[in-house]
Design a protein around this ligand. Structure first.
Ligand code: PGA
Length: 237
C-alpha cells in the first residue's frame, strides 16, 4: 500500500526533511539511497541547512546513488557524481569512503552490487520520470533487475536535455540500480512535483495494476512507501 501525502511544495520538503533529521539522529550510521535530478535538490539544500545548524551530522552516514551516465567522466560537470558533490557531499561532513556512486561503465557493476548486497538501504529517495521510470528503469524493465546498463528512453533523453546545452550532448546510456535493489530498501520516499508529473501520477493511482510498463507501479508491493505530491502533480487524482 502506498501512502499518499498531498501538500504544497514547501510543506512537502519540510516534511521529508523532518523524516531525514529524525532517522539520521536515531541511527547515525544510516544507509541512504540518494537520487539526482530537480526533485531532490530542495531537499539537499534543507539537509545542508540542518547540518549547518548542527541538527544532523553525516559523519557516519553511508550513501548509495541510484544511477550514473555511461561513459561520462566523474569530473565532467554533467556526471551525477558532480551533481551530488556540488549539491550535497562537498557541503556536509560525509566521509569520502562512505559515498558509493554507481560506476560509469559496465565493468564496475559487479563491485557496486557487492557493496549494495553487504548493506541494506534504510531510506531510498526517488523521483519519478514522466514515463513512470524510477532510477533509470525505463518502461519494460523486468521487475527482478539488479544494477544494470540501460538504454535511456527517448522521453528521458528529451526530459534531461534541459540540463545540457545541446540535445546531442545528452548521454543515451546509463548504469542504474535495478527495481529489485530499490524494493530491498526498508523505507521508500518518492517525491513528485509539478504538472509534468500529473499524467503519470494519475496512471499510477488509477487502478491496482502492477505492470512492467509502469516501473513505479512495483512500489505498490512495498510495505513502507510514501509518495509526496504537490497539488500540481496530484491534480488529476
Ligand atoms: P526530475 O527527474 O527530478 O528531474 O524530475 C525525475 C526522474 O527522472 O526520476
Amino acid at each position: 500500500m502506498i501512502k499518499k501525502v498531498i501538500k504544497s511544495k514547501e510543506e512537502i520538503y519540510n516534511d521529508v526533511l523532518e523524516v531525514y533529521v529524525n532517522e539520521i539522529n536515531k541511527n547515525p550510521e544510516i544507509v541512504l539511497g540518494l537520487a539526482t535530478g530537480s526533485t531532490p535538490e530542495p531537499l539537499y539544500k534543507k539537509l545542508i541547512e540542518a547540518y549547518n545548524d548542527s541538527k544532523i551530522s553525516f559523519s557516519k552516514v553511508e550513501t548509495f546513488n541510484l544511477d550514473e551516465y555511461e561513459g561520462i567522466k566523474k569530473e565532467n560537470e554533467q556526471s551525477y557524481y558532480s551533481f551530488m558533490n556540488k549539491n550535497l557531499f562537498s557541503k556536509v561532513d560525509i566521509k569520502k569512503e562512505n559515498i558509493n556512486m554507481p560506476p560509469n561503465k559496465e565493468e564496475g557493476i559487479e563491485e557496486y552490487e557487492k557493496k549494495l548486497n553487504e548493506k541494506k538501504i534504510d531510506i531510498q529517495l526517488l523521483g519519478i520520470g514522466s514515463n513512470g521510470h524510477i532510477a533509470f528503469n525505463e518502461p519494460g524493465t523486468p521487475f527482478n533487475t539488479r544494477t544494470h546498463k540501460v538504454k535511456l528512453a527517448q522521453k528521458t533523453i528529451d526530459d534531461n536535455s534541459r540540463f545540457f546545452d545541446k540535445k546531442e550532448d545528452v548521454p543515451t546510456e546509463a548504469i542504474s540500480m535495478g527495481l529489485a535493489n530499490i524494493m530491498e530498501a526498508k523505507k521508500i520516499i518518492l517525491i513528485a512535483i509539478g504538472e509534468t508529473k500529473a499524467e503519470i501520477i494519475k496512471e499510477l493511482f488509477s487502478n491496482d495494476n502492477i505492470s512492467e510498463q509502469l516501473p513505479a507501479s512495483i512500489l505498490k508491493k512495498h510495505e513502507d512507501v510514501t509518495i509526496y505530491m504537490d497539488q500540481e502533480a496530484a491534480k488529476l487524482i
